[in-house]
Design a protein around this ligand. Structure first.
Ligand code: NOJ
Length: 546
């Protein structure tokens, strides 16, 4: 790692560590800091530039850690602050930068501030959104907003007041009009930057500022849509006032050398709206979620890539590519069913669409090809843990083990996100596949019985495995693509997209028939074995001019 290199984030490959499910060092069946430390060499060998760790703060786990009780400590089940600092130092020694997850839209209901608010201590309710209810006796919620997880976005306390929570009742929304809230979060950022953290992923970065007076939304149905769908005009999301917060955060980041960085999780209706978060005095990068929602169709892929690049270019920001994360169906499964002609919505993925049986063989072929497209594009790329193993979504979890609040809050109609959060298989043994230090431990979500073949150990020794494809791709990316500049589309037969950057080309075939590859270039890497002069369906290839 070159610490002085302040532009590292513009081309970085960042690995997302979902800490509960990455590796368990103390044998309790839940991933932790010790487990992550023990696997840092794995990540260094994979070749990533940085890791982003999902929330690791003390939490009652109403939403898997996105309900934070103390922003300056480590969840006891995950370890201690001293271990966290050791992890940051060890990662840096291996050349891996460390990004944390900041959750500024809401705290846990167990956070000291909310406890004070619940006890109605003077001024404490002003840090949240408390209101009287509607109706003659105040027994109706103050407005018609729905929680992202289902049900009303308001909960009533015993004294009759209601508080706002856009997510679970255990995640009360903070009032960002209160200057105390702003000061506190700038201080939390500095707390972690002082401990060597290189940046933050910002949770629900489009959510903190609410429309004046918390007005009803015009279309209450659109409030109930999943996080992934855009909500144009909803007063809870993407309000212009949020940008002022980020101008303040940027000045905090600029106090450090090299400058610390931010990546926004902002589900907004258009790339133009997203680019507003990336103006030069605001955030550095933002996930380009249309790429994650794109079906396996050449024409949609090309449009999504074009739109993202041109919108980011208007503000001079690098586009940021992501194929999946801990909130959406895993890539293999997304690509293992028939593909629509439009962007995929997660509600749809988890609902009606799941009636179709998945073909994981095709899903894996496509996921491997998609990875080569992602890693050849200009800008930065995020890899969600288990993508490098081509793990599929676990869609047959028994209802009684489900943990995602979506399941309960949706009235048991939406199974939620547990299926993409299953503990990783490390060893080619029986369950728990080396995930935990104690082989008799019960993992916090059960693993499927057939994952030995997808384990790190099984894939390590197989030259054709997805793990080794990722390792080769990340090595070659530095040579072929990292500094290759702008993208130029090549003309291709229908069902195929291809682009050139510098001396390298990336071709991907989403169609049904094989297509010839240009004779003037040689194959550097292919997502399937045996690709030389023609590109089979569901395959991608990296070429270099001869
Ligand atoms: C987005 C996070 O990625 C998701 O897991 C969480 O449930 C919500 N924000 C609420 O914090």
């Amino acid at each position: 790692m070159a610490p002085a290199d302040s532009s590292w984030w513009q081309t970085a490959v960042v690995y997302q560590v979902y800490i509960r499910s990455f590796a368990d060092g103390n044998g309790d069946g839940v991933g932790d800091v010790a487990g992550l430390r023990s696997r840092l060499p794995y990540l260094a060998q994979l070749g990533v530039d940085a890791i982003w760790i999902n929330p690791w703060y003390p939490s009652p786990m109403a939403d898997a850690g996105y309900d934070v009780a103390d922003y300056r400590e480590i969840e006891p089940a995950y370890g201690t602050l001293a271990e966290a600092q050791a992890l940051i130092a060890e990662a840096h020694e291996l050349g891996i930068r460390v990004l944390l997850d900041i959750v500024p839209n809401h705290t846990s209901d167990q956070h000291a501030w909310f406890q004070a608010a619940a006890a109605d201590e003077p001024g404490a309710r002003e840090r949240y959104h408390f209101r009287s209810g509607r109706g003659p006796d105040g027994s109706l919620p103050p407005n018609n907003w729905q929680s992202v997880f289902g049900g009303p976005a308001w909960t009533q306390l015993a004294d009759g007041q209601w508080y706002l929570h856009l997510f679970a009742p255990g995640q009360p929304d903070l009032n960002w009009d209160n200057p105390e809230v702003r000061t506190e979060f700038e201080d939390i950022l500095a707390f972690w930057f002082d401990r060597g953290v290189d940046g933050f992923r910002i949770d629900v970065a489009h959510g903190m500022v609410k429309g004046d007076g918390l007005p009803d939304t015009a279309d209450p149905d659109d409030a109930a849509q999943s996080l992934v769908q855009s909500r144009e005009g909803h007063p809870a999301w993407d309000q212009d006032g949020v940008h002022e917060i980020y101008r303040g955060w940027r000045t905090v980041a600029q106090r450090y050398e090299p400058e610390r960085i931010f990546i926004a999780e902002a589900w907004v209706p258009s790339n133009e709206r997203l680019a507003r978060y990336l103006r030069s005095d605001e955030l550095h990068t933002a996930f380009q979620f249309d790429f994650l929602r794109a079906p396996w169709r050449a024409e949609v892929l090309r449009t999504v890539v074009d739109d993202a690049i041109s919108a980011a270019a208007t503000v001079g920001a690098p586009p940021t590519w992501v194929l999946s994360n801990h909130d959406v169906t895993r890539t293999v499964t997304r690509f293992s069913r028939s593909q629509p002609g439009h962007l995929i919505e997660t509600d749809w993925e988890r609902g009606r669409w799941a009636d179709e049986d998945p073909d994981h063989v095709i899903g894996r072929r496509r996921a491997r090809a998609a990875a080569l497209v992602q890693l050849a594009l200009p800008g930065t790329a995020y890899v969600y843990q288990g993508e490098e193993l081509a793990l599929e979504e676990v869609e047959d979890l028994p209802d009684e083990v489900r943990q995602d609040p979506t399941w309960v809050q949706s009235g048991f109609t939406d199974v939620g996100r547990d299926g993409c959060r299953i503990p990783l298989p490390w060893r080619a043994t029986d369950i728990p596949y080396g995930f935990t230090a104690d082989s008799a431990a019960v993992t916090w979500l059960p693993q499927p019985g057939h994952w030995a073949e997808h384990s790190v150990e099984a894939q390590d020794g197989d030259a054709e495995s997805t793990l080794n494809l990722y390792r080769r791709a990340l090595g070659l990316r530095a040579q072929l693509w990292r500094d290759a500049g702008d993208l130029k589309w090549l003309s291709t037969p229908s069902g195929v997209v291809a682009f050139e950057r510098g001396a390298a080309q990336c071709w991907v075939n989403t169609g049904d028939s094989e297509v010839p590859l240009p004779e003037s270039a040689s194959v550097m890497l292919a997502s399937a074995p045996g690709v030389l002069s023609a590109l089979p369906p569901d395959t991608a290839v990296w070429l270099r001019s001869r």
